[in-house]
Design a protein around this ligand. Structure first.
Ligand code: ZN
Ligand code: ZN
Length: 424
């Protein structure tokens, strides 16, 4: 859009697709990243996202970006590795590239990831090879990922509708219809489908912040999740000195950013040794290309002691066997059932969206930013407060219109937080 066009307020429904895409790009740069003049930007994207990448790149340079560098991925090339690559390939990751990305972050670069890969891409591949590949990649990317999980830099994730993903979300539709439907769902879920998305995001961020401040003032020692169908009865102890977070955050480099677009959650760090009871997933989990359905687990003393799923159970078992921390919780998050993503009724098969449709828990690594002073603590200090550590961080949905949540104070008194999936 030219400056003259941008000055005219146009109803979202009157916009062309290119203009809608441009609004998503604008929100990604201005709200998601809060990109600063003179900042470098490192972007990762599926090759199908090129039109969105071009729009984001334009907005980034308009915002004063020093240099925009995009790393593309391509699903058929990923599959070629599984089909023709030597066995040694699955324990290998490009450490040189990940070290370079970490170096870019350390020298001030922001990071933007575009989600859109086919969630079922690796469903038919050997789960052992998939798991080995993930472990190798997790190890290689640890220096870069640590800067992200510690919020040292400003970063964000946005989504791009791609044909394979769209066909999974809208089975039975012709490809072009499915892609159009997925784009519409992404625009609505990402709060782009309004007349002034930048203003909408500022208000939404303020509302989330209010909720977070309220939860932080309560200093609960645990949460109790109880579903009306009896499938979940789970007590999640919270880490000592836990902090609730949600919406925007000021990164270590001083830049205010919204790390996920969309985002509807208030989340904090559970205590890795104080989780007990049973819990059943309320939505399927798409993990690295495999769909895991009807996850049901039992926790004892923080650790999963029993885990089942009606599909993808072997992938689930491999996942929780990654390391000791993979059987324990690193995040607990509250999301109302009235969130636009839950209300759309669309199952996105993508954590970025589905985790904002329901309250959820995550196995694995905790966010040190969800502890008072956590970003400056070493691993031992974090662990002493109850923060979990692992190579994985995998969110899965447990909330629904059936879920009640209580906050439990240190003296054992309880307070209703959610009833039938809604904030009290
Ligand atoms: Zn979450
Ligand atoms: Zn998470």
């Amino acid at each position: 859009m030219s400056g003259a066009e941008a000055a005219v307020v146009t109803k979202f429904s009157d916009l062309t697709f290119e203009q809608k895409l441009d609004r998503l790009a604008e929100v990604a740069v201005k709200i998601g990243l809060g990109l600063r003049t003179g900042q470098e930007l490192v972007m990762s994207a599926p090759i199908e996202a090129l039109p969105l990448v071009r729009r984001i790149t334009e907005h980034a340079y308009k915002a004063g970006a020093l240099l925009v560098t995009t790393l593309y991925s391509d699903d058929p090339c990923v599959l070629a590795r599984y089909e023709y690559g030597p066995d040694a390939s699955f324990d290998f990751a490009p450490t040189w590239l990940q070290d370079g990305i970490a170096a870019a972050f350390k020298s001030g670069a922001a990071r933007l990831a575009i989600a859109g890969a086919n969630p079922a891409l690796l469903a038919k591949q050997d789960p052992a090879k998939v798991a080995r590949t993930n472990v190798a990649m997790s190890k290689a990317s640890k220096p870069a990922m640590e800067l992200i999980t510690r919020h040292e830099i400003n970063w964000t994730i946005v989504a791009c509708a791609t044909p394979e993903w769209a066909k999974l979300v809208f089975p039975g539709e012709a490809e072009d219809i499915a892609v159009a439907k997925l784009w519409d769902a992404i625009f609505v879920a990402s709060r782009i489908a309004v007349d002034d998305p930048v203003a909408e995001w500022k208000e939404h961020g303020a509302r989330l912040k209010q909720r977070v401040d309220l939860l932080n003032a309560k200093r609960f020692s645990a949460l109790h999740f109880n579903s009306a169908d009896g499938a979940t009865d789970l007590r999640v102890g919270l880490a000592d000195d836990h902090l609730w977070a949600g919406g925007g955050t000021t990164a270590g480099n001083g830049v205010y950013c919204q790390p996920n677009i969309p985002t509807e959650e208030c989340f904090t760090t559970p205590h890795k040794d104080r989780v007990d009871g049973i819990v059943r997933a309320s939505k399927p989990l798409s993990h690295q290309g495999t769909l895991i359905e009807n996850i049901a687990v039992r926790f004892e003393g923080g650790k999963i002691v029993e885990a089942t799923a009606t599909a993808g159970e072997d992938v689930l078992n491999r996942l929780i066997s990654t390391d000791d921390g993979a059987r324990r919780l690193g995040e607990v998050a509250l999301v109302p059932h009235s969130s636009p993503i839950a209300q759309s009724g669309v199952l996105f098969w993508n954590t970025l969206f589905d985790e904002n449709a329901a309250s959820h828990i995550a196995l694995g690594q905790a966010y040190s930013t969800c502890l008072i002073g956590g970003e400056k603590m070493d691993a031992d200090a974090l662990s002493a407060l109850g923060a979990n550590s692992s190579l994985i961080h995998v969110d899965w949905m447990i909330g629904s219109g059936l879920m009640d949540v209580d906050g439990i104070a240190a003296d054992g008194t309880t307070e209703a937080l959610m009833r039938h999936g809604e904030w009290v």
